[in-house]
Design a protein around this ligand. Structure first.
Ligand code: PEP
Ligand code: MG
Length: 578
């Protein structure tokens, strides 16, 4: 039966294909008594072999995306499955107690885990517990005849339907096998959405129940521009969607020709188009999409993907790799922005009633200076290898900026004394707290650059949690109140002679781009997937004409809808999305 699911339009485009449910299966194990021992032992060995061969495939894919070091963990997984001690213990239990292999495996794994946990001071061994769970789950799935979904094992293009995506689900994914993402949870700024946009994959998020409504293998049409999913579409609908996909692919090929161009409006106003990135594995995508700079590297993932604080040297290696690979492009690396929607379990933060209003970002860095100083040292050391800029997140008061800058200056002078080679570094701030936006003129006297973080600025200005779907309707980038704040920040920066960038999602939004260009924004930083489309759009706009559009939007509009109507009237035909 044809049904339609509604969600949030998270990444543009249409896709038609078969559903791949990326959902944890039921792996409940029951104890059974066994009569045919040979059969059972053979079943166990086959499951082990199947698991090893799957991990080999994942490892090959991961080597491509993460490099040999990043894929190292999979060699450890294979070694665990070939450990004679583990295999022998399972065989012994099956043989002695006449129990099924999955039951014996679970017992042996539990024993092994207990032993690892006893070595509580050995962090390396503690990390092996997570690896153990992973490999045991894989063998158990084979023994139970249950398919364990894994995005790295895809061999044909599918529509991935999942509860929510976390960064580790997607690190070794080959984007060519993903037609679209559909999730139960999330909003436009959740990880799934950001990832989909950076890879240019259509996505609908926050559908609430896609994982229960959509069956594995069912045909669906995902409309990431409208935010809906058609389950079991008619032949006619499928044909229309396929046509749209072909048009989209042709447009992508046209856009690819703009890769090595700079970005200039029709009347010759030049701006910088930059990429947002999260880990070093984003580098190829940043380059492929023709970014002129990186306007935001979020460093949270480096901390979140680890089970303990990354060391200064570990961070240095990654920052160096990023600035070096992207040189001579400027790369803005943001200091740690944890808290809010990005908790760090090993930091043991106190539970808070309002995490978004609590110990987040620069507040945490100033409270835990050892962590902050180690990150700054790693960044300073990496500055010798490229064009690095440092940015502090969530600055609310001048005092916070001054404290952070003083710590930076202190670490810089210590490294200079130690004769460590350092590059020239601009130090700036994110403007994402309304208080900082209101006082932007004062901040502009002290910072080297400002970057507007609209994801939070909109959330805090509209008093709407950016992750709460029930208040998603308040998440209005074109609201005149937001536009006035953005314009105020740009004007304040220019009056002080410093550049103003934007690295929130609004910077790549086709309705917002004409307004931001008219306001004089210097740098637009966005998910890499939006860069070429935005370059094309800016090339069709007359920056001068847009100034009167901005005036009207700022002074005469009262609602977001009025602003949208004004933009569409001012740039007719330009804003068609596919
Ligand atoms: C923002 O708030 O706009 C921003 C870019 O930062 P994040 O999304 O990481 O909070
Ligand atoms: Mg933010």
């Amino acid at each position: 039966m044809r049904t339609m699911l509604k969600g949030i339009a998270a990444s543009d485009g249409m896709a038609c294909g078969r559903v791949y449910r990326f959902v944890e299966p039921d792996l409940t194990i029951e104890k059974r008594s066994i009569t045919n021992l040979d059969y059972e032992l053979n079943r166990f060995h086959q499951a082990l072999e199947a698991a090893v061969s799957e991990i080999e495939t994942i490892k090959t894919r991961a080597t491509k995306t993460l490099g040999a070091d990043g894929a190292q963990v999979f060699s450890a997984h294979i070694a665990m499955l070939q450990d004679p001690e583990v295999i022998g213990a399972v065989e012994a239990q099956v043989t002695a107690e006449h129990v099924n292999a999955e039951f014996a495996l679970a017992n042996v794994a539990a024993d092994y885990e207990q032993r690892l946990k006893k070595l509580e001071h050995n962090t390396y061994m503690q990390e092996r517990v997570t690896d153990l769970h992973d490999v045991i789950k894989r063998v158990t799935a084979h023994l139970l005849g249950v398919k364990l979904p894994n995005l790295s094992l895809l061999t044909e293009p599918v529509v991935v339907v999942t509860h929510d995506l976390i960064p580790s689900d997607t690190v070794s994914v080959d984007a060519k096998y993903i037609l679209a993402f559909v999730t139960d949870l999330g909003g436009r700024t959740s990880h799934s959405s950001i990832l989909a946009r950076s890879l240019n994959i259509p996505a609908v998020v926050g559908t609430q129940d896609a994982t229960t409504q959509l069956a594995d293998g069912a045909t669906v049409i995902v409309n990431g521009t409208m935010g809906n999913v058609i389950n079991n579409p008619s032949q006619q609908e499928q044909a229309a969607a396929q046509q749209k996909m072909r048009e989209r692919a042709a447009n992508m090929r046209r856009l690819a020709t703009l890769r090595h161009h700079t970005t200039t409006s029709k009347d010759g106003v030049g701006v910088m188009l930059a990429a947002n990135m999260g880990t070093a594995s984003d580098i190829p995508n940043v380059l492929k999409n023709g970014a002129e700079a990186v306007g935001l590297m979020r460093t949270e993932f480096l901390y979140m993907d680890s089970e303990q604080l990354p060391t200064e040297d570990e961070q240095f290696a990654i920052y160096k790799q990023v600035v070096q690979a992207l040189a001579p492009r400027p790369v803005v690396i943001r200091t740690l922005d944890i808290g809010g929607d990005k908790p760090l379990p090993y930091l043991k933060q106190k539970p808070e009633a309002n995490p978004f209003l609590g110990a987040r970002a620069i507040r945490e860095s100033l409270a835990h200076q050892n962590i902050f100083r180690s990150q700054l040292r790693a960044l300073l050391r990496a500055s010798a290898y490229g064009n690095l800029r440092i940015m502090f997140p969530m600055i609310a008061t001048l005092d916070e900026f001054r404290q952070a800058k003083a710590i930076y200056d202190d670490e810089r002078s210590k490294l200079t004394t130690a004769e460590v080679p350092l590059g020239k570094i601009a130090v700036g701030m994110m403007v994402e707290v309304p208080a900082a936006a209101m006082l932007a003129d004062r901040f502009a006297q002290e910072v080297d650059f400002m970057s507007i973080g609209t994801n939070d600025l909109i959330g805090y200005t509209m008093a709407a949690d950016r992750t709460n779907q029930d208040v998603a309707y308040l998440y209005q980038p074109y609201h005149p109140a937001i536009l006035r704040l953005v314009d105020r920040i740009i004007t304040a920066g220019h009056a002080a002679g410093i550049p103003v960038a934007m690295c929130g999602e609004m910077a790549g939004d086709p309705i917002a781009v004409p307004l931001l260009l008219g306001m004089g924004l210097d740098e637009f930083s966005m998910g890499a997937g939006a860069i070429l489309k935005t370059r094309q759009l800016i090339g069709q706009l007359n920056a001068k004409d847009l100034q009167s559009l901005v005036e009207t939007a700022l002074n005469s509009a009262s609602t977001s809808q009025e602003v949208i109507t004004m933009v569409q009237a001012a740039v007719p035909g330009v804003l068609t999305q596919n």
